[in-house]
Design a protein around this ligand. Structure first.
Ligand SMILES: *Cc1c(COP(=O)(O)O)cnc(C)c1O
Length: 410
């Protein structure tokens, strides 16, 4: 029997279902911060991490493990095809705690030069100042540049599977080979491409997400997750050296429950975001406008993404359009939001409505002008997270009038 290709939806369906306490179809919310033990003599064992819920023991304290948060973690581990996962308070907490866990003072990170602005600031400013961990930023689509940036002290290569906001696709197998040849771990932020790309299947050692975006999908919750080996995830919870345990960005069980209720329709949402984004991108491209979308026939990213992605999810729900100048980008977004009711001028992505932002003056503004130029983040670049509310021709007509309003089309 040949091994079937990894299918995240199948894996999620196969993961253990958690029934509610009274037989409910939905799991219960374990709203306790602390847990009783029936035998006082088991306390030391639990505290030493030898008798957790996976080892026939029990729960200890909510910052360590909570059953509801744990259940969400199991679903997300199944989705990413990793042995384990643990959710936390935000995407940035997931990234910071992962890197804190993997690096010691003096260590070095090779990172993609097009990454979320907060991650850039963490690596470029915070870590060197506070931990002595330094980073070199490279064009992650250039394997030679990644190789050349590796040093004796490089312990992590960090990339986004699809980059924010430039939508470049990382050649994960090639970058994994470079990292592993030097004994470094590949950490991948998969926020832009849940279900579409399964980075662990292509060599990533740790996969992180901002659950705030597509996975939650309603722009009402900030959360993150770290997916990796059992050993790595339990290390995060180590009572003396675990970054999640000791930095403490704990996810609330109510949040874990809310996100769990949205996972079953994540595949439907991801497909519909992508279907609509493809239609918009194709039409913009037909009109000769400077659109970037990895699903465009003309896109340099298309082949790589097709080779990496799980079939059936399309090419993502994000596109960018270069309006030329900041002023024009602002007028365009204002027109669409205020005159047409087409989406919102807001950062973030993966919302059911369309969100638009000018990356250079918002989510990437942590970067210097030089760093932005190098990463190809132009001042008039509008990043659009295509939503799925409304009827598609209605939305396209609105968008077209927006383009007319700023003279992008006649
Ligand atoms: C939003 C985002 C983050 C940060 O996530 P939070 O949940 O806001 O902390 C990290 N990476 C990417 C790619 C993001 O879009």
């Amino acid at each position: 029997m040949s091994a079937a290709p990894f299918d995240p939806v199948r894996a999620m369906a196969d993961a253990r279902h958690e029934f509610g306490e009274h037989g409910g179809v939905n799991m219960s919310i374990e709203a306790s911060t602390t847990f009783t033990v029936m035998d006082a003599r088991t306390m030391p064992e639990i505290f030493q991490g030898h008798a957790g819920p996976d080892q026939g023991g029990c729960y200890l304290y909510g910052r360590h493990f909570n059953p509801t948060v744990y259940a969400l973690g199991r679903s997300l581990a199944a989705m990413e095809g990793t042995q384990a996962a643990y959710p936390c308070a935000s995407g940035l907490a997931a990234i910071a705690c992962t890197l804190m866990q993997l690096c010691e003072p003096g260590d070095h990170i090779v990172a993609a030069n097009t990454i979320y602005g907060g991650t850039f600031a963490l690596l470029n400013d915070f870590f060197p100042a506070r931990t002595g961990v330094t980073a070199t930023f490279v064009d992650i689509t250039d394997a030679d540049a990644v190789e050349a940036a590796m040093t004796e002290r490089t312990t992590v290569v960090f990339a986004e599977s699809v980059s924010n906001p430039t939508l470049k696709v990382t050649n994960l197998p090639a970058i994994a080979r470079i990292a592993h040849a030097r004994g470094a771990a590949l950490v991948v932020d998969n926020t832009f491409s849940p279900l579409m790309i399964s980075p662990a299947n292509h060599g990533a050692d740790v996969v992180v997400h901002s659950l705030t975006k597509y996975i939650n999908g309603a722009s009402d919750i900030i959360a993150g997750v770290i997916c990796g080996s059992k050993e790595f995830v339990s290390g995060l919870m180590d009572l003396k050296l675990g970054s999640l345990m000791l930095m403490g960005p704990t996810m609330d069980p109510q949040t874990a429950f809310a996100i769990s209720m949205r996972l079953p329709h994540l595949p439907l949402r991801v497909k519909e975001h992508a279907r609509r984004a493809q239609i918009f991108a194709d039409r913009l491209s037909e009109r000769g406008l400077p659109v970037e979308y990895p699903g465009l026939e003309s896109s340099a990213q298309r082949e790589r993404l097709a080779a990496l992605s799980n079939p059936g999810y399309g090419f993502g729900g994000m596109l960018t359009l270069d309006l030329g100048t900041t002023e024009r980008a602002f007028s365009f977004m204002e027109y669409l939001q205020n005159k047409e009711g087409f989406g919102y001028m807001a950062v973030s992505l993966g919302y059911f409505d369309t969100l638009m932002s000018c990356s250079a003056s918002s989510t990437s503004s942590e970067m210097s002008e030089d760093a932005m130029r190098e990463a190809g983040i132009l001042p008039g670049l509008v990043r659009v997270s295509i939503g799925f509310t409304g009827e598609i021709e209605q939305r396209w007509d609105q968008f077209e009038r927006g383009l007319k309003s700023v003279g992008m089309i006649g």
